[in-house]
Design a protein around this ligand. Structure first.
Ligand SMILES: Nc1ncnc2c1ncn2[C@@H]1O[C@H](COP(=O)(O)OP(=O)(O)O)[C@@H](O)[C@H]1O
Length: 174
């Protein structure tokens, strides 16, 4: 892949931590393209049959990756997804794992209508730092950053942190 002039970033974390909120605000600030993987999977028919255990459809990863490959080439993408181990490592310059306090997350997911096993599984996923570990085992340590996102104040700080990271990346890549 040719060298990118602008970076690609991955925003990952447990459902409800604020990935889409952060991605949307970041896309407004940077004019990067927000790639909401769950929506793209629907749009491009990359969802296979329903997984009864996780109460969501299976993602056809290979098909999705083929579709995304061309989009990623030039950089300037904010990829938003609650998983990160199946993307090619070479796609990303920065990986941001969004974290939320478990009681705050519980309330957000309840407000979203999650109940029972789905609610418990997602809160446990956050407690066990599943996505942080997945990111750390899939990408180089120096490109993975965890950001706490419990409050509006932290939300603004996180946006500023990522915007500054992008500016620094651009300066360093000249
Ligand atoms: N820093 C924050 N402070 C308070 N509420 C937040 C914050 N970030 C996100 N939220 C709220 O939490 C809910 C889940 O956020 P969302 O961006 O949809 O998460 P995700 O994309 O990770 O599933 C939304 O109602 C959103 O408005």
């Amino acid at each position: 892949m040719a060298k990118r002039m602008v970076p690609n970033i991955l925003i990952t974390g447990t459902p409800g931590v604020g990935k889409s909120t952060i991605s949307r605000l970041l896309a407004d600030r940077t004019k990067f393209t927000w790639r909401e993987v769950s929506k793209m999977a629907e749009e491009y028919n990359c969802l296979d049959e329903y997984d009864p255990e996780y109460q969501c459809p299976f993602l056809n990863e290979d098909k999705l990756l083929d579709i995304m490959e061309g989009m990623m080439a030039k950089g300037g993408n904010i990829v938003d997804y609650h998983g990160c181990d199946f993307f090619p490592e070479r796609w990303f310059d920065g990986v941001f794992v969004i974290r939320t306090n478990n009681t705050v997350l519980y309330d957000r997911l309840t407000a979203r209508g999650y109940t029972g096993k789905k609610l418990e599984d997602n809160v446990q996923c956050e407690i066990f730092e599943t996505l942080l570990e997945e990111a750390q085992s899939s990408y180089k340590e120096e490109i993975v950053t965890a950001l706490q996102n419990d409050s509006q104040e932290q939300l603004q700080t996180n946006i500023d942190t990522i915007v500054e990271w992008i500016e620094r990346w651009k300066e360093e890549s000249i």
